[in-house]
Design a protein around this ligand. Structure first.
Ligand code: DSN
Length: 422
């Protein structure tokens, strides 16, 4: 960040400004493969940093507890209309602060403490808030968890049905954070109907793919769609809950006054801009390119002897099981970071290792696709990953430094949205 780009921040707080500047350089020069991250556009960045954040707006458009909402109401109503149009839903609430509060609001709307809720187990690819024990959702509710088959790495829908019919959960969550395969929303819908459960699709990871037509939509199949806005959807850090009209009141009441106070209006503005961007033909191309890149990267990794959970990917995400490489996921992730390739270590299904030092790394293509990298670059990316893992196993720091320089060289050719430095 140059002083001319953020003159007031640089003048007022040069120390903080230097941290932001360093982060901008880091994001520009590294190959960011964390599948839940992305680059927002300059327009989303601008909208997220506006004076809209000076307003308190508890309530909803036309029904606020504070005056002076002429402009805020228009911003939120625009975001809501765009969300409804893009995802084909009856109702949208754009106020949840992020994914976890959004999911908590779902519990508040449909369940009582102690009720049984069902979701994918965290180590199998689910999310903390889908009833996992260490989360409030697993403490306040009776969480029962499904997983994937050990032989295929895929969800066994017959097993999910049997479990749902035995447990009769109030809520079933589908979706997660480490799922490389297409979610069959219709199959979940028939299970939820049989079990008498409210079905929630947590599409935080794949919302952008759904918006761009690169993953089937849960709309029409599920009761509620929960999503963050900052992953493949390429918006600011926030969330949305979308639902059928019959659930609109319950969802709105749960978000406010049930759980949250005033919405973050500057974030709502950023979400509105991201939704506008996601409705453009260029975003449809982006979403399909994300998937094409992930498939090409998966194929290139398989060629280099990597073991991928479920054998590959249908979406933006690849889960690598490093057991066969003899390197723990955390060691690999840290070595890749030193090589300028940013990933996160992750459990793999049936992982014999602990979550803080698991067997896998999780990677994805949303960020590199936002920079314009295509399928032709994926063998190079796989090569860097293979070389870095090999170097880590040998403790070869020079090799990692050499990869870092090569990565920075390629990244310099592909400026990132919102990062003029690159
Ligand atoms: N932390 C997010 C992710 O990385 O997938 C999920 O909440």
């Amino acid at each position: 960040m140059s002083a001319s780009r953020h003159p007031a921040l640089s003048a007022t707080d040069p120390e903080l400004a230097s941290f932001v500047a360093a982060e901008e350089v880091l994001q520009a020069q590294t190959l960011r493969l964390i599948p839940s991250e992305n680059y927002v556009s300059a327009a989303v960045l601008e909208a997220s940093g506006t004076v809209l954040q000076n307003k308190y707006s508890e309530g909803y458009p036309g029904r606020r507890y504070y005056e002076g909402q002429q402009n805020i109401d228009r911003v939120e109503a625009l975001a809501v209309e765009r969300a409804k149009g893009l995802f084909g839903v009856d109702h949208a609430n754009v106020q949840p602060y992020s994914g976890s509060p959004a999911n908590l609001a779902v519990y508040l709307a449909f369940a009582k403490p102690g009720d049984t809720v069902m979701g994918m187990a965290l180590p199998m690819g689910g999310h903390l808030t889908h009833g996992w024990g260490v989360s409030a959702t697993g403490s306040w509710f009776r969480g029962v968890q499904y997983g994937v088959r050990q032989d295929t790495g895929l969800v066994d829908y017959d097993a999910v049905r049997d479990q749902a019919l035995t447990e009769r959960p109030k809520i079933i969550f589908c979706g997660g954070t480490a799922l490389p395969r297409t979610i069959d929303f219709a199959a979940f819908a028939s299970i939820a109907e049989e079990a008498g459960s409210v079905l929630v699709a947590d599409v935080a990871h794949i919302a952008g793919l759904i918006a761009g037509g690169a993953h089937p939509s849960p709309a029409g199949h599920v009761d509620v769609i929960s999503t963050t806005t900052h992953k493949t959807l390429r918006g600011p850090r926030g969330a949305m809950l979308m639902c059928r009209e019959e659930h609109a009141k319950a969802i709105d009441k749960a978000v406010f006054p049930g759980l949250q106070g005033g919405p973050h209006n500057q974030t709502t503005a950023g979400i509105a801009v991201a939704l506008h961007e996601a409705a453009q033909p260029s975003f449809t191309a982006y979403a399909h390119q994300v998937v094409a890149n992930a498939k090409a990267l998966a194929a290139a990794l398989l060629e280099r002897g990597f073991d991928l959970v479920s054998g590959g990917t249908d979406n933006h995400l690849i889960l690598i099981d490093l057991t066969g490489k003899g390197l723990p996921g955390k060691t690999a992730a840290k070595a890749l970071d030193r090589a300028g390739i940013v990933v996160n270590y992750n459990t793999v299904p049936f992982d014999p290792r602990k979550p803080f030092d698991p067997s896998g790394v999780r990677i994805g293509t949303p960020s590199l696709t936002s920079r314009g990298l295509g399928v032709d670059h994926m063998p190079q990316v796989a090569d860097w990953i293979a070389r870095a893992v090999d170097a880590a196993a040998k403790g070869d720091e020079q090799a990692l430094a050499a990869i870092r320089a090569e990565v920075a060289g390629l990244m310099a050719e592909f400026p990132a949205p919102g990062l003029p430095l690159s």
